[in-house]
Design a protein around this ligand. Structure first.
Ligand code: ADE
Length: 226
C-alpha cells in the first residue's frame, strides 16, 4: 500500500477531494492510505505558535522551524522510508515524470506551508522541494492535493483500464493527447471528424497521432512566445 502523509495546519482541506472520484476509490480499495499530521500539535509555546515575523524585517509571517521539523520527524518515525516533499513556489516544477517517479517511492510526505513561506533552515530536513508552477497559492495545500491526485491515479490498479494512464497527455515527454469526441455526432453545427466514424482503425490511429503532434507543436510554440 502506498502511504501518503500530509503535514499541514489545515487537515480539513483534504477531506472533500479525498472523498470523491478516483482518490476515494483508491483509498477504499486499500491501494493508498492518506494520513494528515497537524503541524500545530508540535508547537511548544503556550500559544501554539507556528509562525513568526522575518528577521531583517518585511511583510508577512514565516513557518517556524521547530514545529515543522518536529512534524517531519514524526512522519519519518511512522514511515522511515518516506520521501519528504516541501511544496513551495521556489521548488522544481512538478511534471508527469515526477508523478511517476513518486509512485515508485514506498511513500511520500507532503509538507504544506502557509503564510509567506518557511524558515530557510527547514529545507535541510526535506528530500525535495516542488512547485506546481509559476504562481503563488495561499498555501501548499492545493499544490499538495494536485500532486497527490496525479500520483494516486498512476498507482497500479487504480484506473479501470491499464491503457488510460499510458495514453495520458504528457506520458510521452512533451506529447499531448489527441482531441476526443463522444455522442452526439453533431452539436450546435459542429460535427465529429468523419475519420472517427469511418471504422478504419489504421486511418483513425494515424489521424490521432497527427493531431497529437500538431497540438504539441502549437503548445510548444505558444510557450516559446512567453
Ligand atoms: N505554495 C504556494 N504557491 C505554491 C506553488 N505554486 N507550488 C507549490 N507550493 C506552493
Amino acid at each position: 500500500m502506498f502511504h501518503a502523509q500530509i503535514l499541514t495546519l489545515f487537515p480539513e482541506f483534504f477531506d472533500s477531494p479525498l472523498s470523491c472520484s478516483i482518490p476515494k476509490r483508491a483509498i477504499a480499495a486499500g491501494i493508498v492510505k492518506v494520513d494528515t499530521i497537524q503541524i500545530r500539535d508540535f508547537a511548544t509555546d503556550k500559544h501554539n505558535k507556528v509562525d513568526d515575523s522575518p528577521y531583517g524585517g518585511g511583510p508577512g509571517m514565516l513557518m517556524k522551524p521547530g514545529p515543522v521539523v518536529a512534524a517531519i520527524r514524526k512522519a519519518r518515525q511512522i514511515d522511515p522510508a518516506t520521501h519528504v516533499v516541501m511544496l513551495t513556489p521556489s521548488g522544481t516544477r512538478f511534471s508527469q515524470a515526477k508523478a511517476l517517479e513518486f509512485t515508485e517511492k514506498p511513500g511520500i510526505t507532503l509538507l504544506c506551508g502557509r503564510y509567506e513561506g518557511f524558515d530557510e533552515r527547514i529545507c535541510d530536513y526535506v528530500d525535495e522541494e516542488i512547485s506546481l508552477g509559476d504562481y503563488v497559492l495561499s498555501g501548499g495545500e492545493p499544490a499538495a492535493m494536485c500532486l497527490l491526485d496525479a500520483v494516486i491515479r498512476l498507482l497500479p490498479e487504480v484506473l479501470g483500464s491499464p491503457e488510460s494512464a499510458a495514453l495520458d497527455s504528457f506520458s510521452e515527454e512533451g506529447i499531448l493527447d489527441w482531441p476526443h469526441y463522444t455522442r452526439p455526432e453533431e452539436f450546435e453545427g459542429k460535427r465529429v471528424p468523419g475519420v472517427l466514424l469511418s471504422g478504419n482503425h489504421a486511418k483513425i490511429e494515424k489521424w490521432r497521432d497527427d493531431q497529437a503532434a500538431l497540438r504539441s507543436r502549437k503548445r510548444s510554440s505558444e510557450s516559446d512566445d512567453e
